[in-house]
Design a protein around this ligand. Structure first.
Ligand SMILES: Cc1ncc(COP(=O)(O)O)c(C=O)c1O
Length: 388
């Protein structure tokens, strides 16, 4: 029998490809977005305690209530309003599961979802599996701003979902309250759900406040908002996140969640509950922590030929190699792995139709030694390049 693929054009993600290439070539991997430093030892102790206390059986389908209660408090402190832990918050397998579930319940056969390029790669396959199709609207470098007129023109009778992401991976921009007001006006009298991917809510720089959809006066009533403890606790392998949505939308989301993952690792949920209660200062410190890393990398790259673009948030930093080469980013990134022994992510892979550009994505969520070593290797590469 010939098995029919539902996603024939989807291959292994660029992150996996680049990470494998990094291992094969003995290259330093500063492409994929994961920290290479340890988690807070208190958090590790809390996991140990939870396991020792016997928190090892199925957690409730919607998540441990103590954790959902802590999350509600955290959301109220950050964004105002009130959130019902019983009816509006669901613990999921990372932000990724929350995105998938929200897309499955929002999109039916023939529906359209608007997404913005450069787009995180999990959105489109989930829309297609639900029977829908994505209308991809480009955000263009260097500022990657939203063209609200163009977005309005892209709406159709079939538009059911708009997916936004802020702080934005991979452009490192942050949405503004003005943008959210444009979005609210656009969807006001239309049957359109918003899926807001806010996994980098705490990784935001230069004194900005994260403009959450949850803080908007009108948008929350039609929005799924997605968060990730993987990002917030420097523990991407924990695969723990959550989704906030109005009660009626949460009922639907949980129908998919229930038969997708059913429930999420128990001891981690208890450990995170304690961490939110006892170590909230560490979370409040995240903007400073990551901004220091962003600035450190930028200083190390000064004069290297890899020019950092303005970065308002996320684990990432875009760099422009245009003064060194006009090669396409895929080829240039491949050459960097071989010749500089540095793995990066070329920006074009996040676009359906990439504009002409010379940008690579680096991850700043690394130890200073890693960032310094990477910058040194990039500098040596560009010196060889300019001598040649
Ligand atoms: C924009 C964006 N959304 C969602 C995710 C997925 O989050 P998680 O690792 O919690 O599944 C990521 C992870 O890199 C991301 O960058």
């Amino acid at each position: 029998m010939r098995f029919r693929s539902k996603l024939p054009d989807v291959g292994t993600t660029i992150f996996t490809v680049m990470s494998r290439r990094a291992i094969d070539e003995g290259a330093l991997n500063i492409g994929q977005g994961f920290p290479d430093y340890p988690i807070d030892p208190r958090l590790a102790d809390f996991v140990h305690d939870a396991i020792a206390a016997g928190r090892n059986q199925y957690a409730p389908m919607e998540g441990v209530v103590e954790l959902r209660t802590q999350i509600a408090r955290k959301l109220e402190a950050s964004y105002g309003g009130t959130f019902d832990p019983e009816l509006e918050i669901t613990i999921t397998c990372g932000g990724t599961e929350a995105l998938f579930d929200a897309i499955q319940v929002s999109i039916s056969a023939g529906d359209e979802a608007i997404i913005f390029d450069p787009a995180y790669d999990a959105y489109e396959p989930a829309v297609r599996l639900a029977g829908g199709r994505c209308i991809r609207i480009p955000l263009l470098p260097p500022d990657f701003s939203y063209d609200w007129q163009r977005i309005k023109e892209a709406l159709s009778e079939r538009t059911r979902l708009i997916i936004i992401n802020s702080p934005h991976n991979p452009s490192c921009t942050a949405i503004t309250e003005w943008d959210l007001a444009q979005l609210a006006a656009l969807v006001n009298d239309r049957p359109i759900t918003i899926l807001s991917d806010e996994v980098y809510e705490h990784v935001i720089f230069d004194g900005r406040r994260h403009a959450s959809v949850l803080a908007h006066p009108e948008l929350p009533e039609r929005s799924f908002v997605v968060f990730s403890f993987g990002k917030t606790l420097h523990a991407t392998g924990w695969r723990t996140g959550y989704c906030v949505a109005p009660a009626a939308m949460t009922v639907e989301l949980r129908k998919v969640h229930q038969f997708n993952t059913f429930s999420i690792v128990s001891p981690l949920q208890y450990a995170i509950t304690r961490y939110l209660a006892e170590c909230a200062d560490r979370i409040r410190d995240l903007p400073r922590f990551f901004q220091t890393k962003r600035d450190f990398l930028s200083r190390q790259l000064q004069g290297s030929g890899f020019r950092p673009l303005a970065a308002a948030g996320t684990y990432f930093q875009l760099v422009d190699y245009g003064s060194l080469s006009r090669e396409r980013d895929l080829e240039f990134a491949d050459r960097l792995i071989r010749e500089a022994k540095i793995a990066t992510i070329p920006l074009s892979v996040f676009y359906a139709e990439p504009p002409s550009m010379t940008l690579l994505r680096l991850c700043v969520a690394k130890r200073d030694e890693t960032l310094a070593a990477a910058a040194l290797q990039l500098r040596a590469f560009s010196e060889r390049q300019t001598r040649a």
